[in-house]
Design a protein around this ligand. Structure first.
Ligand code: ATP
Length: 202
């Protein structure tokens, strides 16, 4: 069963693509969703985060206080490292559990949606093919500004922490162009699905 990594910069359209692939029957494992689950109330990362960072970083509901943590990790690289030291192994563990379950359920292939797949490095050995969602940087910025209350400068700051458009494209086995309409994207995703199913056949 092919294991596909799906990545792309912030606002490129990873979720839009993975939602369309799910409709076509793919098994989708979204590491962003897992990251949210483990830092929600009673999530497996909450206790280790409380122990390491203190109770100030847990909100009244028992979830990670994302705003506070975001501010901390932006200014302190060692805090970012510590947080990732807690969350990454838990995300990996849950990813593997979900993948086994999907394999049991007989999905034709599994797509791991990983925003920082190339930046983290540890995913590449696990996947058979890399699919990259691509659009111009300007489109990313305007999409993210539209959907959040981030300023242009804040979005640009996030972009600087991510791999470049060229860097991602250079490593891609499949490129999903997402600079047009959602119906064009649907067509792109249908073609990607066919190509992935051919890997299985070949
Ligand atoms: P992030 O990394 O920030 O989670 P993402 O790569 O998952 O983002 P999406 O959430 O799929 O990106 O898309 C970002 C925003 O742009 C969403 O609001 C989405 O609805 C919108 N969008 C994505 N693709 C298109 C498109 N082709 N046309 C119009 N809007 C789009």
């Amino acid at each position: 069963m092919p294991l596909i990594g799906l990545t792309g910069g912030i606002g490129s359209g990873k979720t839009a693509v993975s939602d369309l692939l799910a409709k076509l029957g793919a098994g989708i494992i979204d590491t962003d969703i897992i990251a949210h689950q483990i830092t929600a109330p009673n999530g497996s990362a909450i206790e280790p985060i409380r122990e390491h960072f203190g109770v100030d970083y847990i909100d009244a509901n028992g979830a990670l206080d994302r705003n506070k943590m975001r501010t901390l990790v932006f200014s302190k690289p060692e805090a970012k490292k510590a947080l990732e030291g807690i969350t990454h192994p838990l995300i990996r563990q849950e990813t593997i559990a979900q993948a086994f379950q999907m394999a049991k359920n007989g999905v034709p292939y599994i797509v791991f949606v990983v925003p920082l797949l190339l930046e983290s490095g540890s995913w590449l050995p696990l996947i058979d093919r890399l699919a990259v969602v691509d659009c111009p940087v300007e489109t990313q910025i305007s999409r993210v500004m539209q959907r959040s209350n981030l300023s242009r400068a804040e979005v640009e700051k996030i972009l600087q922490t991510q791999a470049s458009r060229e860097g991602r494209l250079a490593q891609a086995d499949f490129v999903i162009e997402n600079q047009g309409s959602l119906s064009q994207l649907t067509e792109e995703v249908n073609q990607l699905n066919q190509k992935i199913l051919q890997i299985q056949g070949g």
